[in-house]
Design a protein around this ligand. Structure first.
Ligand code: HEC
Ligand code: HEC
Length: 270
């Protein structure tokens, strides 16, 4: 084997090595992921208290009693609300006057479990719901959604402004558990929907998941450009025949628009 051949083979090996290494890391993450998140050891009470003190007490008070103008009392928020705000990256908030928004998650799995435990012990709020969408009735979920949720989140769940500088966000990234948590805790200016049964929550969560899937595959069919770019593309496609039509209507036609020579002749004849 010549040197060049060897280099080529090595090069091919290197090409193979990159995806292999990537999938090995991926497999490791999948393998390690559940063992850390479902660790048998209960969340550390000490860690939860330390984290709360460092990241939450400046707005919610040392004991979660709330601080006027900074953050509400957490006495009735419970594990569901804590899990929701931490897993959607809403807390810790940067600015107490701004609406909490979905963002990057700021804590590790272990820290989230510890903080959820800590907030759960502050008072008596709702526990994290066990949402299961495997047998969700999408028809029923759809009617519940249109009746109770679409007014703010709109029928496609894309979200919309709801006044007072607030916005009902898109539900495209919401997990079924987050949908259940939002329904039970009513984050921000969203109402609590305490009347919905466990089955109804499963149905709505299944419906929201289905909407999100349809929206993403819809975007993929168009090359994954997303709704704004797709809207723009539709406009441009519609615009081309419109422009052609106006040019056709507006073009000079013999017998209708006098030519320059004719105009001169008319002027001379006067
Ligand atoms: C800069 C101030 C600030 C910090 C820091 C902060 N919060 Fe909040 N938190 C707020 C405000 C303000 C609200 C009310 C949000 C709203 O109504 O839109 C809130 C709401 C909440 C809620 C109720 C969710 C809801 O809207 O019903 C929970 C639970 C919560 N925070 C937990 C935490 C935890 C846990 C931490 C620490 C990791 C934390 N917060 C850090 C200001 C803060
Ligand atoms: C009155 C308007 C209103 C209605 C009705 C409403 N929501 Fe909301 N929803 C909101 C607002 C506002 C937020 C953002 C909360 C915040 O500031 O953190 C929200 C947040 C959410 C989130 C979190 C999304 C994210 O960004 O992580 C979910 C999930 C959700 N709503 C589901 C529902 C479902 C399901 C229903 C019907 C059962 C519903 N909402 C009805 C206003 C509404």
């Amino acid at each position: 084997m010549s040197r060049g051949d060897r280099r080529r083979v090595l090069g091919r090996h290197a090409l193979l090595a990159a995806p292999l290494a990537a999938s090995a890391i991926f497999a490791l993450v999948i393998f390690v992921g559940p063992t850390t998140s479902q660790s048998a050891t209960p969340p550390s009470v000490e860690l939860g208290a330390l984290l709360f003190d460092a990241s939450c007490s400046s707005c919610h008070g040392a004991n979660g009693e709330g601080i006027d103008g900074r953050g509400p009392s957490l006495k009735n928020e419970g594990r569901a609300a804590a899990d929701f705000v931490l897993r959607t990256g809403r807390m810790p908030l940067a600015d107490p006057s701004a609406q909490a928004k979905r963002g990057p998650v700021r804590f590790t799995e272990e820290e989230i479990l510890a903080l959820v435990e800590h907030v759960g012990l502050i008072g008596d709020g709702v526990d994290i719901p066990n949402v299961d969408i495997t047998n969700a009735d999408l028809g029923n979920g759809g009617s519940i959604f249109r009746l109770n949720c679409a007014a703010c989140h709109v029928a496609s769940a894309a979200g919309a402004p709801i006044g007072g500088n607030r916005r009902a966000p898109s539900l495209a990234l919401s997990t079924p558990t987050e949908v259940g948590e939002a329904i039970l805790t009513g984050p921000g200016s969203m109402p609590v929907f305490g009347v919905l049964t466990e089955d109804e929550i499963n149905d709505v969560a299944g419906y929201v998941e289905n909407l999100a899937e349809q929206n993403t595959t819809g975007a993929l069919h168009f090359g994954g450009a997303g709704p704004v770019a797709e809207g723009l593309a539709a406009w441009i496609l519609a615009l081309i025949p419109m422009v052609a039509l106006t040019r056709w209507i507006g073009r000079a036609r013999s017998g209708r628009d006098p030519s320059e020579e004719d105009t001169d002749a008319i002027e001379a004849a006067k």
